[in-house]
Ligand binder design. Structure first.
Ligand code: SF4
Length: 221
């Protein structure tokens, strides 16, 4: 049955997106103010933090990971090279190709930038742990939806990992299993950027996703 609020309010999905947009404003504002201190654009800051997390990368990988066009990534890399924050060198797996690596100064800058905005971290810290875990699960689902629509590249998260075994255990606190470390884990442990991630093939990824999102998964799911 409809309540007056159903007709008076914006549709629920629109209000959820409006909430996300407010969070993104905070992130953008913080990225600009941090970058201004260090004379970096948000893209340059993202290049530094990505290289810190992943080690040396080729330009094409960098552009893919940041979901920007190659000329945009190239511009950011050239600017950072001029500032002495990174350098290009032969790639480890192909000496003819070039990889981009942080210099010592670049690593120090990236470490400063990698801290999440204190204000956002504090707001999340204030949530009860169960709500933090629920939020992490919802973020996983939303990010996966963006991935499926080609809006962002495949992220190194459990939901797309070949080691992920969703709802493999009866314990509601730790229902999932990571076959890489061979251990059970719960929603609160879900990873969004795991260094051990390896992409699942299409069929496994789809099967895992069905099981992960089913409210009452059965062994046949
Ligand atoms: S290897 Fe990492 S991403 Fe893959 S299931 Fe284990 S924790 Fe998740």
């Amino acid at each position: 049955m409809q309540t007056p609020f159903d007709t008076l309010s914006e549709p629920l999905p629109r209000r959820v997106v409006a909430g996300l947009a407010k969070l993104s404003l905070v992130l953008r504002h913080e990225a600009w103010s941090q970058g201004r201190e260090q004379r970096l654009t948000p893209t340059q800051a993202q290049v530094l933090t990505l290289l810190r997390a992943r080690g040396p990368l080729r330009l094409s990988t960098l552009a893919d990971e940041l979901a920007v066009r190659a000329p945009t990534a190239s511009q950011a890399v050239t600017a950072l090279e001029t500032k002495g924050l990174l350098r290009r060198e032969p790639a480890a797996d192909d000496r003819r190709a070039r990889a981009i690596r942080l210099t010592d100064r670049g690593t120090a800058e990236a470490e400063r930038l990698s801290d999440w905005p204190d204000v956002l971290q504090a707001a999340v810290d204030d949530l009860p742990e169960a709500e933090q875990a629920a939020l992490l699960r919802l973020l996983t689902r939303t990010i996966r939806g963006l991935q499926a629509r080609g809006a962002i590249p495949v992220q190194r998260m459990c939901a797309s990992c070949r080691y992920f075994r969703p709802h493999a255990h009866d314990d509601p606190a730790t229902p999932h299993h990571c076959a890489f470390v061979d251990a059970p884990f719960g929603d609160r442990h879900l990873r969004l950027d795991c260094p051990d991630h390896e992409p699942a093939d299409g069929a496994l990824a789809r099967r895992n996703w069905r099981r992960f999102t089913a409210s009452h998964p059965t062994p046949e799911d």
